[in-house]
Design a protein around this ligand. Structure first.
Ligand SMILES: Nc1ncnc2c1ncn2[C@@H]1O[C@H](COP(=O)(O)OP(=O)(O)OP(=O)(O)O)[C@@H](O)[C@H]1O
Ligand SMILES: [Mg+2]
Length: 326
C-alpha cells in the first residue's frame, strides 16, 4: 500500500464513497482498491450505475453532496488525495490530473472562444505570459488534430461539431502536461467514426506525453483496443482485476464471462450465459453475500451468505468469487 511501488502513479486503497440519508448510507463505491502504473491506460468497466463516475469524482474530490468519501486512501504522486484540503486539490485538478467527461456541450463555456478556454487552464496553473499561453494553446490545437489552428482558436463552442468540442476538452485536459488523465465515457455522445478518431488521439497523447489514463466505459471493446489492465465493477465493488489480453482470453469472474459472452459470443462449450439474466440491483436493495449471486448461474449457498474476499490468481490478477477459494 501507499508509495511502496514507485511504478504506481495512482494507488486507490479501500476507497468508500457514500450518499447518506437520515437513517442509512448508500455506498456508491464500496471499498475498492486498484492502481494505475506510470504510462498505462487502465480500464474501469461496468454496467450503468455500478459506481464508475463516482469513483472518478472521488479521485478528483468532486463528489456532489451529500455524497462523500468516508474511507480509504487515494495515493497520487506523493500525497493522499483523500485527506487533501480543497485548496490543495484545486492545484492538482487540471494541472497534475486532467479530466475529459462525457457531454462536450455542457463542459465548455458557450460565451468564451475555445482558445481562451485552453489558456484559462494554463494561466490558472502555470506561471506564463499571455503570449506564451497563446502559442501553447495554438500548439495544443495542432496536437489534437486541427490544422487551421489560428482560426480554430477564435471560434466559439457552438461553431464546432461534437467531435471537435471533445478535441478541445482533450486539449484542455492535457494542457498542463498532467501525469494522469481521467476519461469518463469520453466518446459516448459521438458517432462511431468520430469515436474512433478520438480514441486514436487519446492513445497517441498518452504515449506522446508519457501520461497514465483512467478510462471509464461500459464498452469492453474500447478497453480491448486501448487498455493494458482492466477492473470490472459491479454494485460499487471491483469483482475482477486483470491484464487486458488475459481478460479477453480467460475472464475470471462469472460476471465477466457473461459480459464477454454477451458481446463476443461463447468460446468452446462453456455454459451459455445469455446476456446475463436479471438487472443490476439498486444500492438500497443490495442482496446479501456476493452482490452478483442472484444473477449468477454458478451461485452456491455460501455466495448468499458471505461476500467473497479478494483471491489472488496470479501477478496483477485477482477475483472476488468463491469458485476460486480452494
Ligand atoms: N447525487 C447522487 N445522489 C445519490 N446517489 C447517487 C448520486 N450520484 C450517483 N448516485 C448513485 O451512485 C451509484 C453509482 O453511480 P455512478 O454515476 O457512479 O454510476 P456509473 O457506473 O457511472 O453509471 P453510468 O454508466 O450510467 O454512468 C448509482 O447507484 C447512483 O444511483
Ligand atoms: Mg457514469
Amino acid at each position: 500500500m501507499g508509495f511502496a511501488d514507485n511504478n504506481r502513479l495512482l494507488n486507490v486503497f479501500d476507497l468508500r464513497t457514500s450518499f447518506s440519508a437520515d437513517s442509512f448510507a448508500l455506498h456508491a463505491v464500496d471499498n475498492i482498491s486498484f492502481y494505475i502504473k506510470k504510462g498505462e491506460i487502465y480500464g474501469l468497466v461496468g454496467e450503468s450505475g455500478c459506481g464508475k463516475t463516482i469513483t472518478a469524482l472521488s479521485i478528483m474530490k468532486l463528489v456532489p453532496p451529500p455524497g462523500e468519501i468516508v474511507g480509504g486512501h487515494i495515493f497520487f504522486e506523493d500525497r493522499d488525495l483523500a485527506t487533501l484540503s480543497d485548496r490543495d486539490m484545486e492545484k492538482i485538478r487540471g494541472d497534475r490530473i486532467g479530466m475529459v467527461f462525457q457531454e462536450p456541450m455542457t463542459s465548455l463555456n458557450p460565451v468564451l472562444r475555445v482558445g481562451e478556454q485552453i489558456e484559462e487552464t494554463l494561466v490558472a496553473h502555470k506561471n506564463i505570459s499571455k503570449e506564451e499561453s497563446k502559442s501553447r494553446s495554438i500548439e495544443l490545437l495542432r496536437q489534437v488534430g486541427f490544422d487551421k489552428t489560428e482560426k480554430k482558436y477564435l471560434q466559439y463552442p457552438h461553431q464546432l461539431s461534437g467531435g471537435q468540442r471533445q478535441r478541445i476538452l482533450i486539449a484542455i485536459a492535457v494542457s498542463c502536461n498532467p501525469s494522469l488523465v481521467i476519461a469518463d465515457e469520453p466518446t459516448t455522445a459521438l458517432d462511431v467514426a468520430t469515436e474512433n478518431k478520438i480514441l486514436s488521439l487519446l492513445k497517441e497523447l498518452v504515449s506522446g506525453y508519457g501520461m497514465s489514463m483512467l478510462f471509464i466505459t461500459h464498452n469492453l471493446n474500447i478497453i480491448k483496443r486501448l487498455g493494458q489492465r482492466i477492473g470490472i465493477m459491479y454494485a460499487g465493488r471491483i469483482l475482477e482485476q486483470n491484464i487486458v489480453d488475459d481478460f479477453f482470453n480467460e475472464p475470471l469472474h462469472p460476471y465477466s464471462k457473461g459480459l464477454l459472452a454477451s458481446i463476443f459470443g461463447i468460446k468452446g462449450n462453456e455454459k451459455r450465459l445469455k446476456a446475463i439474466p436479471g438487472s443490476v440491483p439498486r444500492l438500497s436493495e443490495l442482496p446479501t453475500g456476493c452482490k452478483f449471486h442472484p444473477r449468477c448461474s454458478f451461485a452456491m449457498p455460501l455466495c448468499r451468505e458471505e461476500e467473497p474476499p479478494i483471491r489472488e490468481i496470479g501477478n496483477e490478477k485477482w477475483v472476488r468469487c468463491f469458485l476460486y477459494q480452494n
